[in-house]
Unconditional design. Structure first.
Length: 255
């Protein structure tokens, strides 16, 4: 068996930065068993299998060593970059292709491909949550770190529920870490919350509106996964507040 295998650094402007993602171009109709086996040999957390097709409707599947995962924004980004840069005749002349739930557009300039993604989601916002004091204890913070302006913690779900928590300072976002025992004892476990999306309006970049980070009991406190997959959830959260009026809005979110 011979397959094309790529490592794509997502959300980066140089190699060996950003979020590394493995993409395998599947032109052999691999079985699910084969995909899982390949994912188990991959040292990176996720492996994206993108199927070769002349249609603008593309198919991609994502696997971890434990099994199949949902297709998320950063996986679509990685798959599209590989199709655009490494596979012939996979991107039509207008640059538009579609994955399930995602519309992507590829703009090629000076030999480089810029990928933009749009996604329409349904969300559930405002489920019951722990108190700010409980959240602070779970995250190894103090209650005064939680919340700023009109923003308050909420559980939001477009695919999997996450607790979205506004944090007053960039330093507190970086310092947060999950206390496993308090997480298990909290209502987050019964609410099937997967993790916590932290954000502040203090950033490293003058152009960014928010700084974000994801923490979860499922991975090490020193691991910072990509936050792009939760941007639809974050957008739904922002729209819940009356400070965001009806219309089209642009926000820059820094990881």
């Amino acid at each position: 068996m011979s397959l094309s295998y790529f490592v794509v650094d997502i959300f980066a402007d140089r190699a060996f930065d950003g979020a590394p993602m493995t993409v395998i171009v599947d032109d052999q109709q691999l079985s699910e068993f084969q995909m899982i086996a390949l994912a188990q040999e991959n040292p990176l957390a996720q492996t994206v299998f993108v199927m070769v097709s002349q249609s603008i409707e593309k198919t991609a599947r994502v696997f971890t060593p434990q099994g199949e995962s949902p297709l998320t924004t950063h996986c679509v980004m990685a798959a599209t970059q590989v199709l655009a840069n490494e596979c012939e005749n996979q991107i039509p002349s207008d640059g538009k292709i579609r994955f399930e739930g995602f519309d992507t557009h590829v703009l090629t300039q000076n030999g480089e491909s810029l990928v933009t993604i749009s996604q329409t989601v349904n969300s559930v916002v405002g489920r019951s949550k722990p108190t700010n004091k409980q959240i602070a204890n779970i995250l190894h913070l103090i209650p005064e770190d939680i919340g700023f302006e009109k923003f308050e913690p909420m559980i939001v779900g477009t695919q999997t529920p996450y607790l979205i928590v506004p944090i007053k300072s960039y330093n507190a976002v970086r310092a947060a870490r999950v206390k496993q025992d308090l997480w298990i004892q909290s209502s987050l476990t019964s609410s099937l919350v997967k993790g916590v999306f932290l954000f502040s309006n203090n950033t490293d970049s003058n152009t960014a509106d928010f700084h974000s980070r994801i923490v979860s009991p499922d991975f090490s406190n020193t691991f910072d996964p990509p936050t792009g997959s939760l941007i639809p959830d974050f957008a739904a959260y922002l729209c819940h507040f009356d400070t965001v009026q009806e219309g089209t809005h642009a926000f820059e979110v820094q990881r």
